[in-house]
Design a binder for this molecule. Structure first.
Ligand code: NDP
Length: 309
């Protein structure tokens, strides 16, 4: 029998309880799954960073934590957490992110806003280039970035990917490291950011890097707010160096009312909805990962604490 603490917002418990129990049963793991437990008895925690749990030190026999979110920046630096941490790699979330990213890239590529916002009777055709002639940068080639890059490649976009380590992905021109970033930015007319928030990625798109992009380039950021230097982006939008920015994530969420992004004519703000963990697939994944670890194997998708993701 293993003791699994479910530590998330109360409304999540109603959705996750049954599929988690069904999956543990299918895995033939006897489990005591609850939202309250004596910390000294807990073996595993299924965790959402907004649950309120921040001190892991009373969990003296804890063996691992399965995060319900893909992003781990709110937990990875927690000094009281000293066990393996698995992030969420959920096929449902990946599907959702592919839909959001391709939708916003196509909107920018086709210049859809011209027609959607048109209020006069002017017959003014504007023809976008073919996708094959539109270089798109995918910054981050992990679970989400690589899937979105491949979906854009299927649509014929000229996709250039960038990651920390070298990669080979069919249909994508892959780059890595500092020099790779300059190469990617020098050609990208649309930049999609699917990087984690870590000390190494903070302000990655700063004034110097925004200046490397072709004039009028468009930014789509469903990654994390700190990846972009906000002031540098506003200046680049004002000067026309950046044509449009679609931003789903921010340093402070909800984005404060007085933030200039709200009113900027060339910024689209979406309220951190690019994709979310989908209970049906995520519950199965979380329970299987803990079942696997309870049999003595390593959890899948564990975070590298030194890298912060
Ligand atoms: P992964 O950990 O699978 O991938 C991260 C990618 O970023 C990897 O390719 C990694 O390189 C690259 N990377 C990390 N640090 C650096 C660096 N310093 N320089 C260059 N490349 C770097 O994450 P996911 O794809 O699952 O998720 C990405 C992010 O998306 C999450 O961290 C989260 O912030 C965000 N997200 C946003 C959502 C939303 O609704 N807005 C929903 C879900 C996630 P390498 O491959 O070499 O390790």
């Amino acid at each position: 029998m293993i003791n699994v603490l479910f530590s998330a917002r109360p409304e999540a418990w109603d959705k996750y309880r049954k599929p988690l129990l069904d999956t543990f049963a299918a895995e033939r793991v006897e489990v005591n799954l609850a939202t309250q437990m004596d910390p000294e008895t807990v073996d595993w925690i299924i965790y959402a960073p907004n649950s309120g749990l921040e001190d892991f030190s009373p969990f003296t026999r804890l063996q691992g934590v399965q995060n319900l979110w893909a992003g781990v920046e709110k937990i990875v630096g927690n000094p009281t957490l000293k066990v393996p941490l698995a992030r969420m790699v959920d096929p449902g979330m990946t599907e959702g992110m592919i839909e959001w990213v391709t939708g916003h890239v196509l909107r920018n590529h086709l210049g859809m806003d011209v027609d959607i916002k048109r209020t006069d009777a002017e017959w003014q055709p504007h023809i976008a280039p073919l996708a094959r002639d539109r270089p798109v940068a995918m910054l981050g080639l992990g679970a989400l970035g690589s899937a979105c890059a491949q979906a854009l490649s299927v649509l014929n976009f000229d996709v250039h990917g960038w990651s920390r380590s070298a990669k080979q992905i069919d249909g994508i021109t892959c780059h890595h490291g500092d020099s790779g970033l300059s190469e990617v930015l020098s050609v990208a007319q649309i930049v999609v950011m699917l990087l984690p928030s870590t000390p190494a990625t903070e302000n990655l798109l700063n004034a110097d890097r925004l200046a490397m992009l072709p004039r009028g380039a468009m930014i789509v950021n469903p990654g994390r707010g700190p990846l972009i230097d906000d002031e540098a982006l506003i200046a680049a939008l004002d000067s026309g160096q950046i044509g449009h920015a679609t931003l789903d994530v921010f340093r402070i969420e909800p984005l404060p009312q007085e933030h200039p992004f709200w009113a900027h004519p060339n910024v689209t703000v979406t309220p951190h909805i690019a994709s979310e963990t989908r209970v049906a697939s995520a519950a199965v994944l979380a329970a299987r990962n803990i079942a696997r670890a309870s049999r003595g194997e390593q959890m899948h998708n564990t975070v590298d604490y030194a890298q912060g993701y």
